[in-house]
Design a protein around this ligand. Sequence first.
Ligand SMILES: Cc1ncc(COP(=O)(O)O)c(C=O)c1O
Length: 432
Amino acid sequence: MTNSTMVLHKAAEILENVSPVLEDEIICAYVRPFLTRRQAFLDFSARHGTPVYLFDENVLLQRAQEFTTTFSQEIPGIRAFFALKSNNHPVVAESLVKFGLGLDVSSGLELETALGTGCEHILFSGPGKTKAELDLAVSKPDVVTVLIDSFGELDRLEHVARGRNVVVRAGVRLTTEEKGLWRKFGVPLAELESFMTRAGKLEHVRLCGLQFHTSWNLTPSAQVSFLIRLGERLATMNRQQAKAIEFLDIGGGYWPERGEWLHFSATPQGRITHSVSPDISQADRYRYPAEPLESFACKIGQALRHHIFPHVRCEVFTEPGRWLVNDSMHILLTVVDKKAEDLVIVDGGTNIVGWERFETDYFPVINLTNPSLVERNCFIFGSLCTPHDVWGYSYLGEKIEPGDILMIPTQGAYTYSLRQPFIKPLAQVFPL
Ligand SMILES: Cc1ncc(COP(=O)(O)O)c(C=O)c1O
């Protein structure tokens, strides 16, 4: 079979599968609570103007409570460190620190934000940490645990810690996929013992933990399968080394239960269709469901008990980002121009979320000024000079007119922290 025949076969197989449609009732159930509170959101936009992020601290704290309760039931003593990269607004971090969470940072910049919150438990992970970043970490040895990404970084950390004459607490990040893009993270499992041996000879790095992170997980299977692999490795490790492991950090990667909502063009069928005939579009939206958090906690807890704890009795850390913060911020926009019944321009560009999110992801655009649960087709464009500046292809409302206030709820994760000052100003964040 030639390559192109193989590709055609595979494409045909994919096209024959049908992605699960996102039903109207699910959209209505999601929108209704926001419509109920519409006056509060309208008052907010009158106070602060648009485009703007509305931060609802109560929602954030409820999520934090639910997360810690659910995981603690399955994994007693588990400690959560909020992944700052998912939303780097200092008020979000401060709020979670006050609640009792630690922080997970991935750069010197994030570390500075985290230190500014007064947080006393910070994990610093990520590839390619510079000497200046390591030095900042080492300057707070009682607060920061460095999750080392490579053998080279182990040596650099020792050097920097020696320079300050301190002993730094550290873990090592393990590679979860030895092939492809995820190879860039961590040390392969096969090299764990030699890494620990090398660290054991150093005076200024106290290696006492392991970390891994798998991402974009609609189910816990990626975490569970890595725990099984890790357990097999730990089973053969010498007792002395196993005893040195005080914590296992299982990363983040918990998808909110609502699941992933996509336009046709982002489904496997849509991607193929669009690459061949870009004009074919489909109004339907699709939903890839996520397992509830209880299921993540339960299956990961079981995997820890079966595969890890028989070999290593350690504390468990986790680094949730998206699950905690996603629902705590909403975006408000104003319609500036109505160019046709089915085409409006709003005052904010998607530079405030930093990527062309809404070309692929579907989120309801709610017209707070002219409310209705009926969804009408209409291009909702931002005001940047690029056709990719799209907020949606429909809105829920009675009609849409210049001056209307539109809301795109649940935009707290991987939006604000990716914002970029491109053409238009950035949106500010205000508490509700
Ligand atoms: C090391 C690490 N931990 C935690 C997270 C947070 O992941 P999520 O927001 O999916 O929970 C990330 C995200 O990329 C990460 O790279």
